[in-house]
Design a protein around this ligand. Structure first.
Ligand code: TMP
Length: 254
């Protein structure tokens, strides 16, 4: 196999130099981590599913005019993306109380929020991705007020659209994390959606039973991670059967 230059090695993905100028190849690994790397495992088939699910969601979002870094899926584990300057923020949207919000504010998991809430975390593993405000973001220059304006507008659109899309598949979009980047085209810059959208960075609950179909199954040692991710893909209509393991499948709809 031809060697490629690694641009960035993350916990669940690797970025390689792209096949066209201004592009990168995003490779989805089977590795899973939680608690900033404190808990680690390999979940066979996760990378294939996340690649496909993220491709689908990014493509649907592009269809309503949300700019993204996604270009096209290359194979089972890789997608071509536009090279962007990543804004060092994790933008979390919450529709229902869960996870760190429930712990921090003492709100029972599953409590619907009076309105959707956007939170920001500074992307810095050494500091454990601390919670920050718009004041910190603009004061320290991680994003300009104009950048933040664009980020908020895009985030609200993504939340509205994905909430409806998942509900149509019998899934409640409890919360999720987005990342954004600056895409430079000549002298013109625009903010685009980057990274991935998958059950690794969303909380997805079955709309009827409340069954968890996301990475909390890994974080909370519940088991059935690949089965849950497969179920999400199946309900989105992008995988006809839930199959475990790469040798046997998964069978993906092209
Ligand atoms: P939290 O409740 O742990 O703050 O997570 C909120 C949402 O953001 C949840 O859907 C998981 C996602 N998330 C990530 O994708 N990466 C992260 O590093 C964190 C902290 C959360």
């Amino acid at each position: 196999m031809k060697r490629r230059r690694v641009i960035y090695e993350g916990k669940a993905k690797t970025l390689y130099e792209g096949t066209e100028p201004g592009t990168l190849v995003q490779y989805f690994k089977d590795d899973a981590t939680a608690g900033n790397g404190a808990k680690k495992d390999t979940i066979e088939g996760k990378g294939v599913l996340n690649n496909r699910i993220s491709e689908y969601l990014m493509t649907q979002l592009a269809g309503i005019g949300v700019p993204t870094h996604f270009v096209r899926r290359l194979n089972m584990r890789e997608q071509l993306i536009k090279e962007v300057e990543i804004i060092p923020l994790e933008v979390v949207v919450r529709n229902v109380a869960a996870g760190s919000m429930s712990k921090r504010l003492g709100i029972e998991e599953g409590t619907p929020l009076p309105r959707s809430i956007i939170e920001y975390y500074y992307k810095n593993d050494g500091l454990n991705d601390p919670w920050v405000s718009e004041e910190h973001i603009t004061a320290f220059g991680w994003a300009s007020p104009q950048d933040l304006d664009d980020i908020v507008n895009l985030t609200i659109r993504v939340n509205d659209f994905l909430s409806g899309l998942f509900l149509g598949a019998g899934i409640k979009l409890v919360d999720f994390k987005l990342e954004f980047g600056r895409l430079w085209e000549n002298d013109y810059m625009r903010i685009v959606l980057a990274d991935e959208i998958s059950p690794d960075n969303c909380r997805l609950w079955d709309a009827t039973t409340g069954n968890k179909l996301d990475k909390d199954r890994f974080r909370r040692d519940m088991g059935g991670v690949v089965e849950a991710y497969s179920e999400v893909a199946r309900r989105l209509g992008i995988m006809p059967e839930s199959v475990q393991g790469e040798n046997k499948g998964p069978v993906l709809v092209q």
